[in-house]
Write a protein that binds this ligand. Structure first.
Ligand SMILES: Cc1cc2nc3c(=O)[nH]c(=O)nc-3n(C[C@H](O)[C@H](O)[C@H](O)COP(=O)(O)O)c2cc1C
Length: 218
């Protein structure tokens, strides 16, 4: 099983050695390794990439890649190559700009060819994807706030298309349960007591669920 964890952080604040999103990605990998030691897990940090926004040039209609952004293409290849994906995003009012750029471009890559010919299907459809948000202060009620501003836009990007066109989606959102349909949130990573409570319940189960969905599709 190949797992890609995308850390959406772009945090270069002085003194920060590891971003919170990166730490959460490492914990995802730890969870996976407990049950699936042979899993091939890779953490990709968007802060290592320089990306450009989509300009609506529509050249991806023929190339299925972005003609102005090699670094995006590098990330896109890694996404296409994985069996399961995790997107870990901090609250950045609302989500980090680099994550938006990836969302814009992946949308364009399938949407333009599909608009021209509705029978078009992307190279890969339905990679199981877990969405995990977090922020600087959120606890309890705050977690619902992160769901609204961080999980919703990411999750809706993954599935607002009409049901009849679901098989054109490159990524498939994995919900946690009926209460947490758009992925989960975690408290600030430095709050270890909160974290360990959550890890025991929600976090570990959600990571498992994403990996299990991937086992059932390959
Ligand atoms: C532009 C921007 C806006 C932010 N807005 C909020 C916010 O509204 N609420 C909050 O709890 N944290 C907010 N934060 C703080 C980050 O979510 C928090 O520091 C987080 O731990 C950063 O994670 P990272 O190290 O993975 O980038 C904001 C950070 C940035 C850069």
């Amino acid at each position: 099983v190949k797992v890609l964890c995308i850390s959406a952080s772009n945090n270069f604040k002085e003194g920060i050695k590891e971003t919170s999103s990166f730490i959460i990605c490492k914990r995802i990998v730890d969870e996976i390794k407990k049950k699936t030691p042979q899993a091939d897990c890779h953490v990709l940090e968007l802060k290592d990439y320089t990306l450009n926004p989509c300009t609506n040039c529509v050249k991806c209609l023929n190339s299925s890649r972005c003609v102005i952004d090699d670094m995006f293409n590098e990330i896109y290849e890694k996404i296409l190559d994985c069996d399961a994906l995790f997107i870990v995003s901090p609250h950045y009012a609302p989500i980090p700009a680099k994550l938006c750029m990836i969302m814009e471009k992946m949308e364009s890559i399938w949407f333009h060819p599909w608009l021209k010919d509705n029978s078009y299907r992307p190279e890969i459809v339905g990679i199981p994807t877990g969405v995990i948000s977090h922020g600087g202060i959120g606890k309890e009620g705050g977690l619902r706030e992160y769901e609204r501003v961080v999980n919703y836009p990411i999750a809706n990007w993954l599935f607002t298309i009409p049901k009849s066109h679901e098989d054109t989606r490159q990524l498939k959102l994995i919900e946690f349960d009926d209460d947490w349909k758009y992925g989960i949130n975690v408290p600030p990573v430095l709050d270890f007591e909160e974290w360990s409570k959550l890890q025991a319940s929600i976090f570990g189960s959600y990571v498992d669920k994403v990996i299990q969905s991937c086992n059932s599709t390959i």
